[in-house]
Design a binder for this molecule. Structure first.
Ligand SMILES: NC(=O)c1ccc[n+]([C@@H]2O[C@H](COP(=O)([O-])OP(=O)(O)OC[C@H]3O[C@@H](n4cnc5c(N)ncnc54)[C@H](OP(=O)(O)O)[C@@H]3O)[C@@H](O)[C@H]2O)c1
Length: 170
């Protein structure tokens, strides 16, 4: 099973500001949708609530939301109290309509930090610019992660790269 962190990250590691994404890149959203479609997606409550109501739960994906609030039960999502519980849920209650060999962690900062040590792969959109923000992606330690693919893109005046990292063999 692959546990994959997928994120768009600015040059200064910013990933969000005031509960939202600081940017909008259509190509990046399209890639996010393509990669995550038919897979379980794990996210923090704040990230879930940052998705506009008409787009949540994310269609075609098994939405799993992390929250420590017992009473938090939005429709159409599975809520668990810890990352390990999300993985156990997928393992013990497989849903055949999804491809559960790859599970995507889709943010935000708290959940990325928690999942990074056990992730097997990173799908990072590196935005080649710094942004003002209040939440950050963890540092990608190059002694642990090797870059295996890079595609450079431009959208408007912005440049970014889709980069795949895999954990190095130990
Ligand atoms: N650039 C990107 O690719 C990207 C992707 C996703 C999100 N974002 C941005 O990131 C920001 C949100 O990140 P965030 O760090 O503030 O919030 P978050 O990680 O999305 O959610 C935090 C909440 O999730 C729950 N939670 C987190 N870790 C948990 C754990 N280990 N066990 C149980 N529950 C856990 C808690 O919910 P309760 O309070 O309910 O207990 C916590 O308050 C937003 O600005 C968003 O736009 C950016």
């Amino acid at each position: 099973m692959d546990l994959i962190l997928i994120a768009a990250v600015a040059e200064n590691n910013v990933i969000g500001q005031n509960g939202e994404l600081p940017w909008h890149f259509a190509e990046d959203m399209k890639r996010f949708k393509e990669l995550t479609m038919r897979h379980p997606v794990i996210m923090g409550r704040t990230t879930y609530e940052s998705i506009p109501e008409k787009y949540r739960p994310l269609v075609g994906r098994r939405n799993i939301v992390l929250s420590r609030r017992d009473e938090y039960r939005p429709n159409g999502v599975e809520v668990v109290g810890a990352l390990e519980d999300a993985l156990t849920l997928v393992e013990r209650n497989p849903r055949l309509e999804f491809d559960e060999q790859s599970i995507y962690v889709i943010g935000g900062a708290q959940v990325y930090a928690c999942a990074m040590p056990i992730a097997t792969k990173l799908e990072i959109t590196h935005i080649h610019k710094s942004y003002i923000g209040d939440v950050y992606f963890p540092v990608i330690d190059k002694s642990i992660w090797k870059e295996v693919q890079r595609v450079d893109r431009e959208e408007g005046f912005e440049k970014y790269s889709f980069v795949t990292y895999e954990r190095k063999e130990v």
